[in-house]
Design a protein around this ligand. Structure first.
Ligand code: PHE
Length: 347
């Protein structure tokens, strides 16, 4: 075969291969076959030495010309296929880098948690320890040890959610069961507060939720009187709402205290004159309280002839509403961050 025929043959196959190559991989394979170190054209050019001195320059010129031609065609084709390949990959793996990133936000304590923290601080200064108790309770702690026997009409006072389990298992209706639990486990003196969730099967409205938070307080020692109760609650109100606050007691009934009271603080917004927040009464109701009933003390093994004490229970959401001016209790558990964000404060 003459040199011309050989080159014409190589050129023809190379051109055909070039137009068939449809991917970057195929065009690189084509380059290897014709222009690579062991490619046909390279081998041809290296073998020129075997030709006669007359043929050599002609073959060399023709071979090099073909090399230049194929190299240029290869480069153009490679470029085109590389661009197409990139376009395809970009399309398949589309990331819009112009979108703004997602900002990381630092959370903040819920207003109810903030109130619990504040109350814990206030009561710690008065020597009260903060303890927590179970949200699922037995009838014994939720009712019996609090002087509410099964046949006592007072047991109907709370609309209770019962747990479907053997025995009387309830979602605690108040934090008072912890009075008995703490006293059973410690000898007097006792000074604790118990913040936590309580559950009542009630219709919801602006001031009623089926789940809310209470803060229980319990102090037992020798010679504790109603004066200590009043002093403690007054100090709490002053720490929360300012130095002028006063506490009002009115008679009330709870089976586990005697005497029992409900207590209110004079309205900090209007200084007790009457305004929208206190519904023009001058007073804000906070909760129930009283001197721990002798039967409760006996029930946990304390001698009521030696020890006496007071207990109180207040609604934490209600207290938070007084402090923030929020007028619907349902907002606290609704989970709307736009509401909660208004009360965010540095931890
Ligand atoms: N446990 C009572 C309630 O939920 C409040 C209370 C606590 C009353 C302690 C007196 C003493 O209504």
């Amino acid at each position: 075969m003459s040199v011309e025929t050989t080159l014409a043959d190589v050129r023809q196959r190379a051109m055909a291969g070039l137009s068939e190559a449809s991917s970057l991989g195929e065009i690189l394979e084509w380059e290897r076959l014709y222009l690579g170190p062991k490619g046909e054209l390279t081998v041809f050019l290296r073998s020129l030495g075997a030709l006669s001195p007359e043929e050599r320059p002609i073959a060399g010129k023709a071979g090099n010309a073909l090399k230049v031609e194929l190299t240029a065609l290869f480069e153009a084709r490679r470029q085109a296929l590389a661009t197409a390949d990139l376009d395809q990959r970009l399309e398949a793996d589309r990331v819009d880098v112009s979108l703004p990133g997602r900002a990381q936000t630092i959370g903040a304590a819920h207003p109810v948690s903030q109130m619990i923290d504040d109350l814990s601080d206030i009561f710690a200064l008065m020597g009260f320890q903060t303890v927590f108790g179970p949200e699922v309770e037995t009838g014994r702690y939720n009712f019996d040890l609090l002087n509410i026997p099964s046949d006592h009409p007072a047991r109907d006072v709370w609309d209770t959610m019962h747990v479907d389990a053997p025995g009387e298992i309830v979602m605690r209706t108040h934090t008072s069961p912890m009075q008995a639990r703490v006293m059973e486990q410690t000898d007097p003196p006792v000074r604790v507060i118990v913040p936590g969730r309580v559950f009542r099967y009630e219709a919801q409205d602006a001031s009623h939720e089926w789940m809310f938070h209470q803060l229980e307080g319990l102090a037992i020692d020798r010679n504790i009187t109603m004066a200590d109760l009043k002093g403690t609650l007054t100090e709490m109100a002053r720490q929360l709402f300012g130095p002028k606050r006063r506490i009002r007691f009115r008679c009330d009934f709870f089976p586990f205290v005697e005497p029992g009271v409900d207590f209110a603080v004079d309205c900090a917004i209007c200084d007790g004159k009457g305004c929208r927040v206190c519904k023009h009464t001058g007073w804000l109701e906070m909760g129930g309280a009283g001197m721990v009933h002798p039967r409760v003390l006996t029930g946990v093994g304390y001698d009521p002839a030696v020890y006496s004490g007071f207990a109180f229970g207040l609604g934490i959401e209600r207290l938070t509403m007084m402090r923030t001016g929020v007028d619907d209790i349902r907002a606290f558990a609704a989970g709307d961050v736009r509401f909660l964000r208004q009360f965010a404060r540095a931890a």
